[in-house]
Design a protein around this ligand. Structure first.
Ligand code: G
Ligand code: G
Ligand code: MN
Ligand code: NA
Length: 254
């Protein structure tokens, strides 16, 4: 069924929710961060996943509003969780930034939200889309540099899914990269996928980046990733995206 309401209406009606998926250090399984992922509790259609409403939000120019809501909520949630759990709270939160947002003065938004919420800049990690248009991202370059200088971490998302971020790597200093889950899914059966994962990992390490593998669904994949020297992992084998309350419960239970 068609989604008949706009993301702006969803924000105004308090219908958006965030779920958080853990990212762990493979070596000791400690949580290094959580990725914020948006869901829509639609009054009539129920819980909608992003593929049901992000394409429409993109077409109608509502991604900057959505990204702003996600950023503010995720930063405030991490501050709240830290007040409750202290050292058991995740060290940082990953927030996705859409391509369209990179054409706006998003650096002002990010710095405003950090000041408002009181979250230290180095506890925020922005995930930059692999599909970002190079010319648009070029305009965003100075804004990203400004955020990096303020202490915000930058991560290239979905590495290998497009072809643009290789060029970004030559001019933009980032802290990390995430290997697209397509290659992780195939790495044990398809030698080509294994080669791509190895190549991206070596590339990341050559540039002194932290490498995260996405979509890890089995212990065997985790082992293969560890053998390649991948530092961090995310996926169903480690933890499903969950509401803040469930995340808090997981973090405090031994
Ligand atoms: O959560 P996953 O389950 O289904 O998300 C699907 C896609 O939607 C992914 O490509 C993810 O990057 C994107 N996505 C999820 N949450 C957000 C968000 O808060 N902001 C942006 N810009 N994209 C998101
Ligand atoms: O931001 P990004 O494009 O990376 O979004 C991550 C997406 O991957 C989300 O839709 C999330 O729900 C999904 N995801 C997370 N872990 C797994 C996994 O182990 N397997 C699969 N198939 N999808 C996953
Ligand atoms: Mn992501
Ligand atoms: Na990703």
């Amino acid at each position: 069924e068609q989604v008949d309401r706009s993301v702006r209406q969803a924000i105004a009606g308090d219908e958006l929710r965030l779920v958080y998926q853990p990212i762990v250090r493979i070596q000791d399984r400690s949580v290094v961060s959580v990725e914020a992922l948006v869901r829509w509790e639609h009054p009539r259609l129920g819980r909608l996943s992003p593929d049901r409403f992000l394409p429409g939000a993109e077409r109608t120019g509502q991604m900057p509003a959505l990204d702003r809501w996600v950023l503010r909520t995720a930063c405030a949630d991490l501050v709240t969780l830290t007040q409750r759990l202290g050292d058991a709270a995740p060290p940082s939160v990953n927030v996705n930034v859409s391509t369209r947002t990179l054409t706006t003065p998003f650096d002002e938004t990010v710095l405003d939200v950090l000041a408002e919420t009181g979250l230290p800049p180095d506890r925020l990690r922005l995930e930059l889309p692999e599909t970002a248009d190079l010319t648009l991202l070029a305009g965003a370059h100075a804004r990203l540099e400004r955020l990096r200088e303020a202490g915000v971490h930058l991560t290239l998302d979905d590495m290998g899914a497009g072809s643009t971020t290789l060029r970004h790597l030559s001019t933009l200093t980032v802290h990390g990269m995430k290997i697209d889950q397509v290659f992780v899914a195939g790495m044990l059966d398809n030698p080509r996928d294994h080669t791509v994962v190895k190549l991206l990992t070596d590339l990341g390490h050559g540039l002194q980046l932290r490498v995260t593998a996405e979509g890890v669904e089995t212990a065997a994949q985790l082992e293969a990733l560890a053998a390649l020297g991948v530092e961090h992992a995310q996926g169903w084998h480690i933890g499903r995206p969950a509401p803040l309350e469930d995340l808090a419960a997981t973090l405090t239970s031994p």
